[in-house]
Write a protein that binds this ligand. Structure first.
Ligand code: GLN
Length: 199
């Protein structure tokens, strides 16, 4: 199995490290032709406008769209915004290239200035073997998932009911950064989606 991490900007090295610690081959992706050899792709956190503009400049928008139609893709934080069909928040969404595959609406930087960053434990229903141990989640100027449409499932929420992780078929999104705490269970879950697809 070979997983790519889009490496235009943001926290891609941390994803590579955690994938390698799980014994999976992981590569930094910058060129359209690299997509051909991958079984799945992670779009990391960072700055979604920058990631989108660089993807457009490097001719990656159409190849990424084609890849996402065929294979599993997981967007964390900025990556979640990039996968969304709609960004709800005012001027920030303007001139922001979106891959626009998932039936979700997101609001950027929606947790407010006072809580730019925070860490909390989440209950996640989908981990292997019904593992119920809380998952440590780091939020950094995170987006909120304000609507999940069509067949999108919410798979993790904050105690106040805010949706922070969702799945639609082979697409996964998390508002937070699961690559920063050393807990590999979300990455394992993504790998299980890829295995499922290969069957
Ligand atoms: N605030 C960033 C954005 O809107 C996302 C932050 C992150 O990825 N940690 O794109």
């Amino acid at each position: 199995m070979k997983i790519g991490v889009l490496a235009l900007q943001g926290a891609f090295i941390e994803h590579i490290k955690i994938l390698e610690s799980l014994g999976v081959e992981a590569v930094e992706v910058r060129l359209p032709e690299q997509l051909a050899e991958l079984d799945g792709l992670i779009i990391p956190g960072g700055e979604s406008t920058t990631i989108g503009k660089l993807a457009r400049r490097f001719g990656l928008m159409a190849p990424l769209h084609e890849f996402a139609t065929a294979k599993p893709v997981w967007g964390t934080c900025a990556g979640m915004i990039f996968l969304a069909k709609e960004v709800s928040s005012g001027t920030e969404g303007k001139d922001q290239p979106l891959l626009g595959v998932m039936d979700i609406v997101v609001a950027r930087n929606a947790f407010g200035r006072q809580v730019d960053s925070f860490e909390t434990n989440l209950d996640v229903a989908v981990f292997a073997n019904g593992d119920k141990r809380p998952f440590p989640a780091v939020f950094i100027r995170a987006p909120k998932l304000v609507a999940a449409k069509a067949d999108t499932q919410i798979i993790a929420m904050l105690p106040d009911g805010t949706a922070v992780a969702a799945q639609q078929g082979h697409w996964l999104v998390t508002s937070f950064h699961p690559e920063l705490t050393g807990d590999g269970r979300f990455h394992e879950y993504f790998l299980s989606l890829i295995e499922e697809e290969g069957k």
